[in-house]
Design a protein around this ligand. Structure first.
Ligand SMILES: *Cc1c(COP(=O)(O)O)cnc(C)c1O
Length: 371
């Protein structure tokens, strides 16, 4: 008997069960080819069709405008922390970065190896930890930055932007000529994202899309072709774009599986359909936390992530008992990030609402017994 748990891992994370079943059914013989997708040449007709379909489905799901290229790379989100500056710093050599949590803090550190970094705001300076996005009116933006970097969903701290930064010629706005780069690793495809407001979006697939190994980059065409000469060819966005992400061997199986997830998403009503469910799931979980006397979430309401919900037991001595009981109830991977402690429930697209209901039910039961 196959046993499936509700898996709240922050990443690699839960995948839709129908996708895993289809991949299993096609494992030995993909559509009569007598081969696994893993065994195919990336330049063969079969894989090219898988690649093209995944790309087309993603473009449709995110309504990606034609002047943007979609790149399928390797190297993960952290790889992009170096690859983005190598490609986008250019002669200005200055990255503006908003620090709203541990991932953007890492991005700032890495970018500093490739040019100057101006931390335009750092939420931690307020002394309340990473619990909010500093108001844009307080950002110390440069006029002539190569780009502005934001992490629009902080996976560890559970802080999420509710829209793109304002850009224009008004006071406090990101200057019109400065492209906005967003690390969307952990909320891509979970909500509507207006791609046209960004110069570049990137994310590892293993949070909200597919298996680890695939990194997505969505980039406006005019930003291509400015890579530092030391940039490895396989990470030069222009070279990769000119070769349709086939400059070298792409992560073929991860692309195939992600493609199946895109098809599954389309069947869920696309991003709008899944976003409605994500809103419902997040409301259920935060509602239960706020109504409880035992559990708490410390992020300001406006900035609470719909995807990653860190929470704490007010009596930390109960942590181990909480996790053990959760495991017995088939609720897995709830332990918080080691740097934060407490608990974290990641409720990505593939987490069914039943999983959130089961977690809420368990939390209420636990509080009755221990609260
Ligand atoms: C997980 C994560 C990363 C790092 O991804 P890797 O694939 O491990 O390099 C970067 N940014 C965000 C927001 C993440 O959630």
């Amino acid at each position: 008997m196959t046993r499936r748990v509700f898996n709240f891992s922050a990443g690699p994370a839960v995948l839709p069960e129908p996708v895993l079943r289809q991949a299993a059914a096609e494992m030995l013989d993909w559509q009569g080819t007598g081969m696994s997708v893993m065994e195919m040449s990336h330049r063969g007709r079969e894989f090219m069709s898988i690649h093209a379909r995944a790309l087309a489905d993603l473009r449709e799901l995110m309504a990606i405008p034609p002047e943007y290229k979609v790149l399928f790379l390797q190297g993960g989100g952290l790889g992009e922390n170096a690859i983005v500056p190598m490609n986008l710093m250019g002669p200005k050599g200055l990255a503006d970065i908003v620090v709203t949590g541990q991932w953007s803090a890492k991005s700032a550190k890495e970018a500093a190896r490739y040019g100057r970094v101006n931390v335009v705001a750092d939420a931690a300076r307020a002394g309340r930890g990473y619990t909010f996005v500093p108001p844009q009116s307080e950002w110390a933006l440069s006029k002539d930055a190569s780009y502005l970097h934001v992490c629009t969903n902080e996976t560890i701290d559970g802080v999420e932007f509710d829209g793109p930064p304002a850009q224009g010629d008004g006071p406090g706005e990101v200057p019109a000529g400065v492209p906005i780069v967003a690390d969307v690793s952990s909320h891509i495809l979970s909500r509507a994202i207006d791609v046209s407001r960004y110069g570049c979006l990137f994310g590892g697939a293993q949070k909200n899309i597919g298996p680890a190994g695939l990194t997505l980059v969505i980039i406006r065409e005019d930003l291509l072709g400015h890579a530092h000469p030391m940039t490895p060819s396989v990470f030069d966005y222009k070279l990769v774009a000119d070769n349709d992400s086939m400059y070298n061997t792409p992560p073929t199986y991860a692309i195939y599986l992600s493609g199946l997830v895109f098809q599954w998403l389309r069947a869920q009503g696309g991003v709008a359909g899944i976003e409605a469910r994500n809103v419902e799931k997040a409301a259920l979980l935060y509602g239960a936390i706020d109504a409880s006397g035992l559990f708490e979430n410390r992020v300001e309401r406006r900035w609470r992530s719909r995807m990653n919900v860190p929470f704490f037991l007010k009596d930390e001595r109960l942590n181990d008992a909480f996790l053990a009981g959760a495991k017995d109830a088939g609720l897995e991977q709830l332990k918080g990030h080691r740097s934060v402690g407490g608990m974290r429930a990641s409720i990505y697209n593939a987490m069914p609402v039943e999983g959130v209901r089961a977690l809420v039910g368990y939390m209420q039961d636990f509080e009755r017994r221990h609260g």
